[in-house]
Design a protein around this ligand. Structure first.
Ligand SMILES: [Zn+2]
Length: 155
C-alpha cells in the first residue's frame, strides 16, 4: 500500500493524507511548502525511539510519497525515510522524481530541521536523476541537483 496524490487537501492522523497544491518545485515558496509538508508529517508520525524523520518525495506526475525512518534500539539496522518514500514511488511505477526533502522532528523542543540524505540513499536516488534535493548547508536550506551531491555514483 502506498499513499500519494496531487489532489489531497487534508492531513489526518494515520499518515495517509497530505496537504499540497503545487505541481513543481519552481521557487523558494514552493520549496518552503514541501518543507512544511515534511514537518507536518514528521510530527504526525513521531514515535519516540522509533521514528523522528519524514521524507516527502514529489514526482513529475505531481504525486507525493511519504516516508519515515524506522529505527529500534534493540536492533542495529534501520531504514531511512528517503528509501521508504522511494520504494512507494517505485511500487506505484512513478519513476520520474521532481524533488525530495527530509525533515527531523525534535519532540523535546517541538522544532525541526532539514536533514541531508545519507550516502546509501544518494546511491539509490541517483538512479532517478535528474531531480532536486532540498538540503541544509550551514543552516541555510537550498535546492540542489541530486548529481551535485553525489557526483560519481556506482553504476
Ligand atoms: Zn538514508
Amino acid at each position: 500500500m502506498f499513499f500519494c496524490s496531487r489532489d489531497l487537501t487534508k492531513a489526518d492522523n494515520n499518515c495517509k493524507i497530505l496537504v499540497f497544491d503545487i505541481l513543481f518545485i519552481y521557487n523558494e515558496a514552493d520549496m518552503n511548502k514541501i518543507i512544511e509538508l515534511a514537518k507536518k508529517h514528521a510530527k504526525m508520525c513521531f514515535k519516540d525511539g522509533v521514528t523522528s524523520m519524514a521524507c516527502i518525495l514529489k514526482t513529475k506526475k505531481g504525486n507525493f510519497y511519504t516516508g519515515v525512518n524506522v529505527k529500534y534500539k534493540s536492533i542495529w539496522k534501520c531504514i531511512c525515510a528517503e528509501r521508504v518514500a522511494i520504494a512507494k514511488a517505485v511500487e506505484a511505477g512513478d519513476m520520474e522524481f521532481d524533488a525530495i526533502v527530509t525533515v527531523k522532528y525534535f519532540h523535546e523542543t517541538d522544532s525541526y530541521s532539514v536533514v541531508n540524505m545519507c550516502g546509501e540513499c544518494r546511491q539509490i536516488a541517483i538512479s532517478h536523476a535528474p531531480f532536486f534535493v532540498i538540503v541544509s548547508d550551514k543552516e541555510k536550506v537550498k535546492k540542489v541537483n541530486i548529481d551535485d551531491i553525489f557526483p560519481y555514483p556506482y553504476k
